[in-house]
Design a protein around this ligand. Structure first.
Ligand SMILES: [Zn+2]
Length: 83
């Protein structure tokens, strides 16, 4: 389970993982990968912080509110990913 392809799949699933839209199987895969991969675990923590931030704010306001600290760009990048 250390193939680089797993990291990419894991990253793509972090958002739906946080949104709890993954199937049980997919969640298990993400959890397993996060437990084995420090890089993705750090990435997950970043996503989690961002996710909580978005949840706390009104999503409509995020574009303006977060533009100054770069989170908006991060969000845009996440949103532009296929799927
Ligand atoms: Zn990884």
């Amino acid at each position: 389970m250390t193939a680089h392809g797993d990291c990419r799949q894991c990253e793509e699933r972090l958002q739906p993982y946080l949104d709890r839209t993954l199937t049980a199987d997919e969640r298990a895969i993400v959890q397993l990968h996060l437990s084995e991969c420090g890089r993705c675990a750090r990435c997950y923590r970043l996503e989690e912080v961002l996710w909580k931030h978005v949840r706390n704010c009104c999503e409509e306001e995020v574009n303006g509110e977060l533009a100054s600290n770069g989170l908006q760009q991060r969000l845009a990048a996440l949103r532009s990913e296929p799927g």
